[in-house]
Design a protein around this ligand. Structure first.
Ligand code: COA
Length: 197
């Protein structure tokens, strides 16, 4: 239980279905769900999880509309609290893509700070994996920053293993004042084999 937006919040994921049904019956449940982004969601997304430069959510939705990606959003009632992108052709980095053909990648996983450690990240990954499995793929990949221990622990718990492939991604982050800042990230590439179920 934690306090958020002036309310007491208890997170009940689909893995505790009985508790969820009880809460629904008592009329106290906020529907918490994960679904693909739509045009109507962009306003709420920018408000709840402002993107650097202001257009990241719209960019991901455009990729989805082009068939290149699926942009998943986790909702607590009317508020987005997390999101993640499935890139159907794999990693953006060409060498990483070539090293793992026919392997969609999960990227840009993020959960609002107040909601971290409550299962939302794990549920987003599970929802992404289900969609990837549904399209007949047998494995999925993720890139994690070499110093991102919290995310690495989560992925290990979810069954991701190190491929020993490494990539460096470089991108520009807009600053409030002055020129953009170039960010360089050193990533470990992880992989998980998916069962047929
Ligand atoms: C990485 C990130 C997406 C994880 O999301 P999250 O919602 O915190 O993930 P989860 O809650 O599913 O799991 C995180 C931890 O909480 C624990 N947890 C899971 N469900 C829980 C629950 N219902 N109640 C309490 N704790 C729970 C897990 O055991 C896990 O612990 P661990 O650190 O020992 O593995 C989030 O921390 C984040 O947004 N970080 C910043 C952006 C980032 O680094 N993204 C990853 C890029 S690769």
């Amino acid at each position: 239980m934690f306090s958020w937006d002036g309310a007491d919040v208890e997170v009940v994921t689909p893995h505790s279905a009985r508790r969820y049904r009880d809460l629904q019956r008592s009329g106290h449940a906020t529907v918490y769900e994960i679904r693909a982004c739509t045009e109507e969601d962009l306003g709420a997304l920018e408000e709840s999880m402002p993107s650097v430069g202001g257009a990241l959510h719209a960019q991901f939705l455009r990729r989805q509309q082009a068939g290149e990606a699926t942009y998943l959003v986790a909702w607590a009632g009317a508020r987005p609290v997390g999101s993640g992108l499935v890139r159907w052709a794999g990693h953006l980095d060409a060498a990483s893509r070539a090293a793992m053909p026919d392997t969609p990648a999960i990227s840009n996983l993020t959960v609002l700070p107040a909601w971290r450690g409550r299962g939302v990240g794990g549920e987003l990954v599970a929802a992404a994996e289900q969609r990837i499995r549904d399209r007949g793929h047998r494995q999925v990949s993720l890139a994690v920053g070499q110093d991102n221990e919290a995310a690495a622990r989560l992925y290990a718990r979810l069954g991701y293993v190190d491929t020993w492939l490494r990539e460096v991604s470089r991108y520009d982050v807009p600053e409030d004042t002055g020129p953009q800042r170039r960010v360089e990230e050193h990533n470990r590439l992880l992989r998980k084999r998916l069962s047929r179920s």
